[in-house]
Design a protein around this ligand. Structure first.
Ligand code: PLP
Length: 382
């Protein structure tokens, strides 16, 4: 029998889940060194944890960032990152549309703390230049936008933010680091709801912020205080999703392009929005900025009644909010992401009553096209 001391030193192939809230120190001297910042370690999972840190390092490498921080949701990432750099009297200049939760954060919660918000249309390349003032602290961008898939010129936006010495933040959830790397264009900070494509299986909630060490150190302190840390088990599931992200995105991109192409052949479909189509008003910019055009496709069926009939007639594609999973989902924005908005805000978001948003999954594209085709026939018969 070999002795215990003869044991081979081994490592697991998969990042282990360290499901512990707290960590021991060998002695008080080590604890003091940790507290004084002389030695690295773990003290409490709200601060950091080996599983969470391993996944953060993987995301940082994907983004080309100094580091990343994980959060309990995309909204925890967005609110913590923004609140780190804002004080009463500051202003955010944001593209529009942005995810509904982000708009409510800016319009309702942050306004209560004396923070001002100004919006510009995402498709307007001169928007940031026009809107930024001496009080602007953050230029907040979401691209591609939800649900009308507009594209913001990141190189241009980063240039103006740097010139005016304000922090630029991009919510790149729809693109993932496979399709878009905002930091490469000079953007300061990239945020994802990893609940979507990065997790990829519609079974975890999470958010990520990637940036320079200087910014992350400050956001780390905010995360500790607001407490929006991710759970180690969620981080483990996220890591599993990240291992297949590039292959999944390849298929999402391919399937969505095929479906967008099919929809363009259907005369009765009024408007097909997909950055990969020549007909997209910003196709040239999308081609230059994105490595792939993504898994989201929107189109207009002209009326609320037809949109409902279409969604209700699908057999493979499921009617549910959210996006980015292996399964295809349909959503009617006026009843989901843009529910309750005034007509003027719907117009500003490019959301019409007949607009349909598809999150295209990894199924056989021919099966998806068949499903869409039969549902369109029923919708136009209604
Ligand atoms: N950003 C975008 C573009 C989103 O679509 C969402 C959610 O749908 C969020 C942020 C918020 O993410 P979470 O639901 O993980 O908080």
């Amino acid at each position: 029998m070999p002795k215990e001391s003869d044991r081979i030193e081994q490592a697991p192939v998969v990042t282990p889940i360290v499901q512990s809230t707290t960590f021991t120190f060998p002695d008080t001297a080590a604890l003091i060194d940790y507290q004084k910042g002389k030695r690295k370690g773990y003290i409490y999972t709200r601060y950091s944890n080996p599983t969470i840190e391993a996944v953060e390092n993987r995301i940082a490498a994907m983004e080309g960032a100094d580091g990343s921080l994980l959060f309990s949701s995309g909204m925890a990432a967005i609110s913590s990152a923004c609140m780190t750099f804002l004080k009463s009297g500051d202003e955010i200049v944001s593209s529009y549309p942005v995810y509904g939760g982000t708009a409510k954060l800016f319009d309702d919660l942050l306004k209560k703390y004396g923070i001002k918000i100004k919006y510009f249309q995402a498709s307007d390349p001169e928007g940031p230049e026009r809107m930024i003032s001496s009080g602007t602290r953050i230029l907040y961008l979401e691209t591609p936008t939800n649900p009308n898939l507009q594209i913001i010129d990141l190189k241009r936006a980063a240039r103006i933010a740097r010139k005016r010495k304000i922090i630029s933040i991009v919510d790149s959830t729809f693109a993932t680091p496979i399709n878009q790397k905002p930091l490469k264009f000079g953007i300061d900070m990239v945020i994802h709801s990893v609940t979507k494509f990065m997790g990829g299986h519609s079974d975890i909630m999470g958010g990520a912020v990637s940036s320079s060490e200087k910014h992350l150190r400050k956001i780390y302190d905010t995360r500790k205080l607001l407490g929006g840390c991710i759970d180690p088990h969620q981080a483990f599931l996220l890591d599993r999703g990240l291992r297949t992200l590039s292959i999944r995105m390849e298929r999402h991109n391919l399937n969505a392009l095929k479906i967008a192409g099919f929809l363009e052949t259907v005369d009765k479909v009024k408007r097909v929005i997909y950055p990969g189509l020549d007909s997209h008003p910003q196709h040239k910019l999308a081609y230059e900025q994105l490595e792939g055009f993504g898994g989201m496709v929107s189109f207009d069926l002209g009326s609320r009644k037809r949109a409902s009939k279409f969604a209700d007639s699908l057999k493979v594609i499921q009617n549910a909010v959210s996006l980015g999973g292996v399964e295809s989902l349909v959503s009617i924005p006026i009843w989901t992401s843009q529910y309750g908005l005034k007509k003027s805000d719907l117009d500003r978001s490019g959301v019409t009553p007949g607009l349909i948003r598809l999150s295209i999954g990894l199924e056989d594209p021919e099966e998806l096209i068949g499903d869409i085709d039969q549902a369109l026939k029923k919708a136009f018969r209604a």
